[in-house]
Design a protein around this ligand. Sequence first.
Ligand code: ATP
Ligand code: MG
Length: 419
Amino acid sequence: MKQSRLFTKTRKEAPADEVSKNAQLLIRAGYVHKEMAGVYSYLSLGIRVLEKIEKIVREEMNSIGGQEIRMATLHPSEPWKQTGAWDSVDVVFKILSRTEKEYTVGQSEEEIVTPIVQEYALSYKDLPLAVYQIGQKYRDELRAKSGIMRGREFSMKDMYSFHESQEDFDLFYNRAKEAYFRVYERCGLVAKATEASGGSFTKKLSYEFMVLTDAGEDDILYCDTCSYCANVEITKENEGDACTRCDGSGKLMRAKASEVGNIFDLGTKYTNDFNFTYKDKEGNEKYPIMGCFGIGITRLMGVSVEAFSDEKGIVWPESIAPFRIHLVELSGGDTELKDEADGLYNTLKEAGVEVLYDDRDVRAGEKFNDSDLLGLPHRIVVSKKTKEEGKFEVVERKTGEVAFLTEEELYQKFLNRNE
Ligand code: ATP
Ligand code: MG
């Protein structure tokens, strides 16, 4: 992609009412556009990041047998009244049409997925089953000051699974937990799983996946030795306590964290509500056990910016960066130099390397500032100086490390990678 053709441009200032670091940086760098508190549009660079995250999530959900679907986001009110959520869930938006019919927009989709699956899963032979989608969710959140980490409109992966027995559910639940850890790791983040009470609709256990960040809205206690972690809201333990899960040498530390996903055992709450039964081996009608599994896609992007940024801008991990390389030419009108940079751009592009090529006719300082703000992992500079030395300058955004590579070394670094 040539930067001269890139739809967005960097901006000096974020909107005055934007207090979160993630949205400030993303707005200034042109990844997102703020519509109102908690509502953002994703622009061409932003979409590329979301698509990277979605691809990782899709691969991991498919790997445990999830099948992708796309459910409606405009919902009739009836199923929401049937489960009680219309009145009991405070974040449900309620829309009145001009014919006085009531609708809502998806804030989670148990009310839609359960009746769909009910039409197809008639016998034990149809179970287990897991379907998921990636799409927009709408919640009437009271506070929306965390940028894209807490939206009133946001993107979520929500998966729903249906099982014959608790044992079968537990098996899938554990596989999903492992898949979740792989998702976060592939996004470059370290997540901890807290065991939490499943909230209003079930007393069963659930896991919340937390990434430590000062921008998070949750307070957690975690063991400095083992993987134990708990939400401060639910646990009776205190900071400094000895950990009861490991050999006792661990101490509980307190930190701010952001919930980037969670998985719930829903039991038969929804299958009961919709009177969804299947025939078991003996021909008896049974209610399937259900699980739901959420990952905040846009929240993950926001948490990444909080975790990976410095005073100059964003520092994307390679796996979710919109482009891998920022090629910056400083030809200053020298056509030979410009041709050389064009040639390198074409070679990299043809080899399938994702490159953003800063071919704009602007000052070097502006190019470097923008490059730091955008945060692509590797910067290749083509300038008079590099040409004289017969080498290209390669700067790592994360470490600031500079290397001078010959053309061959450059291709070796960026083309011959088995990933
Ligand atoms: P929170 O406690 O942060 O409000 P939640 O318990 O309401 O989260 P779920 O309903 O389980 O969350 O949604 C699944 C995932 O979707 C969460 O783990 C989080 O990553 C993400 N998420 C939830 N609410 C929002 C929001 N308002 N904006 C962005 N992401 C969200
Ligand atoms: Mg919530």
